[in-house]
Design a protein around this ligand. Structure first.
Ligand code: C2E
Ligand code: MG
Ligand code: MG
Length: 554
């Protein structure tokens, strides 16, 4: 707070500031730079004529509040912040902000003193960089964010503020499909977009991975909605990364002080719970925290603990769904689908527990267990003379990051004395698009064993035909979503026909998933699609039930 106001006239003030040893800027309540002294020119690399009359952003700091000049929370304080030099270097400066009155109006005055110059903060000033700013995006980090919220909580009692916890939807897929450096570029671009557009309204920080936190003062629910809409609008323009125009969406969870918590941890936790609420639309959006979400979060923790225990105690099961040749109705193979029945929670859908397993780091174990169990079952069927030609196992992209996967599969084939042709591994477009040579090596090594490679859910991810042709795939599965509205003249049918043609020209088997009606089957036959899988024939069955089903088919 200010002990006393600095009141004077510009005639006296400006020449004095020009002579100062530190860089000095004056900003009006619209953020426009009014004055930029000699030292500021050399510190920033800009000539004052390039800056005066324009707006200036200093990440993490709101220099002014509309109509109030220096933003209340920053007044009279000193900050270690980074500014961007005209040539692009990030410069650490110590910034002191104060309010002055000149010629009857209020202005913000920033006095800046360089503390180090570097492109990567950690190279030059490791302690400061690691303690206050995120090295990748240069945004304030979690520690800085904690300090900021703590200071707000120490402020006047009637002070209201809102916390926005922002997560990027499907960010993991960017990492897995385009690689980690593309993921990093997305994070940097998101940080810059938030910073450029919202520095006036919020403190912007990065918590971890793809998670950003914005804090804004004097914010009630209505103002929070306006800001949430604004944040979402920033994500409507695609991000240009590695030559792709990526549509990245955001999920925003909002907690309000004082309504949703009295302390920093509760407020952040509640905003985060809202971000991950199952009410959040799959394509992102915003939600305010409500007390019942807390309950859902606790349920998720219980589910995670139960899943870990089910995996450790071998309680998952595989069910098998038949795949049928469209030309003659004979059995082509079966797809193994994981099932989990918990004694207390009941049947938990794979959509739920596979996603959870990915989040809690258990998905690799599930993939390896599925391979083991499918091979064991296949060996049993072969021993009993059950005519099931091939079993397909779903793997997650994570399974392909471990270069021991081919060796593991080879070990199973040897242990259960199976020819490699009776096993197919299903991968998603995510793995296909991962251009890292290590992943490609693992995919090729699995194929070199003689095991089939199927591309699951084709048409739902970032497809690339050149990638499809490049990798040694043996099978293409048309995603079940294409079976909806599968009628003459529909767009989905046009896409499905194209996928069939692609498969044919690449000499891959084409499997249509989610076939439910006789009409869909007839149309697929007319398109000369090879194989159909879906409820028209059977849902996924227990191993024993499948044996009787197959007996009836023949
Ligand atoms: P997916 O591999 O695309 O499996 C096909 C899904 O479609 C299965 O859902 C299956 O039950 C469902 N389905 C089959 N026929 C029809 C139909 O005619 N109509 C409709 N509406 N749906 C049909 P499920 O079993 O719920 O599995 C969902 C997803 O979970 C699977 O999709 C797969 O991605 C994943 N998953 C299942 N088991 C495993 C596993 O062992 N490991 C891994 N990594 N993922 C698995
Ligand atoms: Mg599948
Ligand atoms: Mg599928």
């Amino acid at each position: 707070m200010f002990a006393k106001k600095n009141v004077c006239s510009f005639d006296i003030l400006l020449p004095a500031l020009e002579q100062a040893m530190d860089a000095i800027i004056l900003i009006d309540d619209q953020y426009n730079v009014l004055f930029f002294n000699n030292r500021a020119e050399s510190l920033w690399g800009y000539n004052r004529h390039e800056v005066i009359g324009r707006q200036l952003a200093i990440p993490g700091i709101r220099i002014a509040d509309q109509g109030k000049s220096v933003c209340a929370e920053h007044m009279g304080k000193r900050y270690d912040v980074q500014i961007t030099h005209k040539e692009g270097q990030r410069i650490w400066v110590s910034l002191a902000l104060s309010k002055i009155e000149a010629d009857g109006k209020y202005y913000s005055m920033g006095i800046l003193h360089p503390t180090g110059i570097n492109a990567h903060p950690e190279e030059d000033n490791p302690i400061r960089a690691q303690t206050h700013f995120d090295a990748l995006t240069s945004l304030p980090n979690r520690r800085h964010q904690y300090q900021h919220i703590d200071e707000l909580l120490k402020g006047p009692e009637q002070q209201r503020f809102a916390i926005f916890s922002i997560d990027l939807v499907h960010f993991k897929e960017v990492n897995t499909t385009l690689g980690y450096s593309a993921g990093d570029t997305v994070l940097i671009k998101v940080a810059r977009r938030l910073e450029e557009q919202l520095y006036k309204s919020a403190f912007i920080s990065r918590s971890n991975s793809d998670s950003f936190v914005l804090v804004t003062t004097e914010c009630n629910a209505e103002r929070a909605i306006v800001l949430a809409e604004k944040i979402l609008s920033l994500f409507r323009v695609p991000f240009d990364v590695s030559g792709f125009a990526l549509d990245i969406n955001a999920s925003i969870g909002i907690s309000l002080y004082p309504e949703n918590g009295a302390d920093r941890d509760t407020l952040l936790r509640h905003a985060n719970i809202a971000t991950h609420s199952n009410r959040m639309p799959a394509s992102g959006g915003y939600l305010f925290f409500t007390a019942d979400m807390d309950q859902v979060d606790q349920e998720r923790m219980i589910l995670a603990a139960a899943l870990k225990s089910a995996i450790a105690n071998n309680k998952l099961r595989l069910h098998y769904q038949p795949q049928i040749w469209l030309k003659d109705g004979k059995l082509y193979g079966v797809e193994a689908l994981a099932r989990w029945n918990d004694p207390i929670l009941g049947d938990v859908s794979p959509a739920k527990f596979i996603t959870l397993a990915e989040e809690i780091g258990e998905i690799e174990a599930i993939g390896r267990w599925s391979l083991l169990e499918a091979c064991r079952q296949m060996a049993e069927w072969r021993r009993d003379g059950v005519p099931i030609p091939v079993v397909s196992v779903n793997l997650s992209p994570i399974n392909f990051y471990n270069d021991s996967l081919p060796e593991y599969i080879n070990g199973l084939l040897t242990e259960f004395q199976l020819p490699p042709e009776c096993l197919t591994v299903e991968i998603t477009e995510g793995v296909m698009m991962d251009q890292r040579p290590e992943t490609e090596k693992v995919i090729c090594a699995v194929r070199d064993l003689g095991v089939g490679l199927s591309m699951d859910d084709f048409g739902t991810g970032y497809s690339s035909l050149s990638r499809l042709a490049h990798l040694p795939m043996t099978e293409l599965k048309i995603d079940q979503s294409f079976m909806q509205d599968f009628q003459e003249g529909s767009k989905t049918k046009a896409i499905a026909s194209t996928v069939v043609r692609i498969g044919q020209s690449l000499q891959q088997m084409v499997v249509a998933e989610g076939v439910e009606t006789e009409n869909q089957k007839l149309q697929l036959q007319a398109l000369q699609c090879n194989i159909a899988q879906g409820f028209l024939y059977s849902k996924a069955l227990k191993a024993a039930d499948l044996v009787s089903w197959v007996a009836r088919l023949h």
